[in-house]
Design a binder for this molecule. Structure first.
Ligand SMILES: Cc1cc2nc3c(=O)[nH]c(=O)nc-3n(C[C@H](O)[C@H](O)[C@H](O)COP(=O)(O)OP(=O)(O)OC[C@H]3O[C@@H](n4cnc5c(N)ncnc54)[C@H](O)[C@@H]3O)c2cc1C
Length: 414
C-alpha cells in the first residue's frame, strides 16, 4: 500500500530535480521531490557557480584532438584519467572522442545554445522570485591565458559570435582594469559579458526548493531504493514507505543510471570528477568575477565563504577514492594570481554526469510510459538545470517546450 499519491514524483533535489519539481508545480501538478540529503547538497553545491551563456562548445569539440597529446602523460591539471578505468570504459571513451568530429560540432552547439538561453532566462527570473537575487552577479566570466593566445581567444570569440553571444577581447592592461587586485599574469583574456555567476550555488538551489514548497510542492528527505511500474502508475520505493505516482522523473545526476538498470536501461553515463577548495578572502584584494585560468586548468570564483578554486576533470569511477593531485597542482598557481588566506573547511569532490555526446537526456524513457529522464548535464548543469526541468514539465503536460528538445531525446542511447 502506498502512503501517498502524487501526479509527479521527482527523484533527486539537485538543480535539475528542484527545477523540474517547481516547473511541474507551476503547471498545477501535485509534486513530491525526494532526496536523501537537503536540496542542493551534492554536485549542485560544489560547482563554480557560473551561469554560462557561452558554454555552447562541449568539451569533446574538434580542438580536443589537438590537445590530446598534452593529456596522455597524465600530468596536466586540466585532465587526469585512470588507465584501468579507460580500458574498462573503452567504448564510452571511443564514443566520446568520435563526437569531437567537426561534423558533430554544429548540431550539438545549436542544441546547447537553445537549452542554455532558455535556462539563463529562467535563472534570472527565479532567483529574484526565490528572494535570493542578491546572490546573482552580472559581472561576466573571464577566460584568461598566460600564453600569447590571441589567436585562440579570437577563434573562441568568432565561434560565440556565430551564436549571437557577445564577448570582449582583452589585453593585459584591460584585464588589470577589470580585475585590479589580481597579479597581471594573463596576457590575453576573453570576457563572456552575458554570463552571470552566483556566490553560493547550493544556497540558490535551496532557495528554489523553498519556492517550490511555498507553491504547494512537497520536499521529502528519504533514500530512494527503486522504482517499479504499477499498472499505469509508478511505485517509488523509499527506505521508509512508498509513493504512488502517475509520472516519475529521474534527476539523480551522477546516480541516475543506477536506478534505471533494473528496468533494463543501460545508460552510458560517465563521471567527469572535479574538486574544489575554498580559501579565506583578503577583503583588501578582491576578485570580482569567476576567472578561468586556461593554461593552469582551474577556475577561481568569489563565493560567500571565500575564494573557491575548482579543478579540471578526473576521469575515473564515480566512487573511487579522492586524489587531490590536481588541486595540489593548481592551488599554488591560483595563489600566484589572487591573494587569499588559509583554507576554509575540507576539499570537496563531485562528479559531472556526462553522456558520450555531452548532451543531457531530457525526455521520456523509450519503453516505459510515465517515466522521464533529466540528467547528464555535464559541466553546465547549474546553468542548464532550470530549462531541463521546464522542458520535462512541459512534456508531461503535453505542452511545447520553449527550445528544441529533440537532440536531447533519451532514445538516442537507450
Ligand atoms: C568542479 C565542478 C565545477 C562545476 N562548475 C559549474 C559551473 O560553474 N556552472 C555550471 O553550470 N555547472 C557546473 N558544474 C556542473 C554542475 O554542478 C552539474 O552538472 C549539476 O550540479 C548537476 O546537477 P544534478 O541536479 O543533475 O545533480 P546533483 O546536484 O548531483 O543532484 C542529484 C541528487 O540526487 C540525490 N540522490 C542520488 N541518489 C539518491 C538516492 N538513492 N536516494 C535519494 N537521493 C539520491 C543526491 O543526493 C543529489 O542531491 C560543475 C561541476 C563540478 C564537479
Amino acid at each position: 500500500m502506498s502512503e501517498r499519491n502524487a501526479d509527479v514524483v521527482v527523484l533527486g533535489a539537485g538543480i535539475v530535480g528542484v527545477s523540474t519539481a517547481y516547473a511541474a508545480r507551476q503547471r498545477g501538478m501535485s509534486v513530491v521531490l525526494i532526496d536523501r540529503r537537503e536540496p542542493g547538497s551534492e554536485t549542485s553545491y560544489g560547482n563554480a557557480g557560473i551561469i554560462s551563456s557561452g558554454s555552447v562548445s562541449p568539451l569533446n569539440n574538434p580542438s580536443l584532438w589537438k590537445s590530446l597529446p598534452k593529456y596522455l602523460g597524465n600530468r596536466h591539471a586540466a585532465l587526469r584519467w585512470n588507465p584501468l578505468w579507460a580500458v574498462r570504459n573503452a567504448g564510452w571513451v571511443a564514443r566520446f572522442l568520435a563526437n569531437s568530429a567537426t561534423s558533430r560540432f554544429e548540431p550539438r552547439a545549436t542544441a546547447l545554445h537553445g537549452l542554455i538561453g532558455a535556462s539563463a532566462r529562467l535563472h534570472r527570473e527565479w532567483i529574484v522570485k526565490a528572494g535570493v537575487g542578491h546572490r546573482l552577479r552580472e559581472t561576466g566570466w573571464l577566460r584568461a591565458w598566460r600564453s600569447d593566445a590571441v589567436a585562440s581567444a579570437k577563434q573562441e570569440q568568432a565561434m560565440l559570435a556565430d551564436y549571437g553571444i557577445a564577448s570582449e577581447l582583452l589585453d593585459r592592461q584591460a584585464i588589470s582594469a577589470l580585475e585590479p587586485d589580481i597579479v597581471p599574469v594573463y596576457k590575453v583574456g576573453l570576457l563572456h559579458t552575458e554570463t552571470a555567476s552566483v556566490d553560493s550555488p547550493g544556497a540558490v538551489v535551496k532557495a528554489y526548493a523553498r519556492m517550490l514548497e511555498g507553491a504547494g510542492g512537497e520536499v521529502r528527505r528519504a533514500e530512494i531504493k527503486a522504482i517499479t511500474p504499477d499498472g499505469n502508475r509508478w511505485r517509488v520505493v523509499l527506505a521508509s514507505g512508498e509513493i504512488s505516482a502517475r509520472h516519475v522523473v529521474v534527476a539523480l545526476g551522477p546516480w541516475s543510471a543506477d536506478i534505471l538498470r533494473p528496468l533494463g536501461y543501460r545508460v552510458p553515463l560517465a563521471f567527469e570528477r572535479g574538486y574544489h577548495r575554498e580559501f579565506k578572502p583578503n577583503p583588501a584584494r578582491s576578485l570580482r568575477r569567476p576567472v578561468y585560468d586556461i593554461d593552469g586548468g582551474f577556475i577561481m570564483t568569489p563565493m560567500e565563504q571565500g575564494i573557491r578554486v575548482t579543478s579540471g576533470v578526473e576521469l575515473t569511477d564515480r566512487d573511487a577514492p579522492s586524489s587531490f593531485a590536481q588541486l595540489d597542482q593548481v592551488v599554488p598557481l591560483a595563489r600566484g594570481v589572487a591573494e587569499f588566506g588559509d583554507a576554509v573547511g575540507e576539499a570537496w569532490r563531485g562528479s559531472r554526469p556526462t553522456l558520450p555526446d555531452s548532451l543531457p537526456m531530457i525526455g521520456p524513457a523509450p519503453r516505459h510510459a510515465g517515466l522521464w529522464l533529466a540528467f547528464g548535464n555535464q559541466h553546465i548543469g547549474f546553468t542548464t538545470g532550470p530549462a531541463t526541468g521546464a522542458a520535462i514539465a512541459a512534456m508531461i503536460s503535453g505542452a511545447p517546450s520553449s527550445y528544441d528538445v529533440a537532440p536531447f531525446a533519451p532514445g538516442r542511447y537507450i
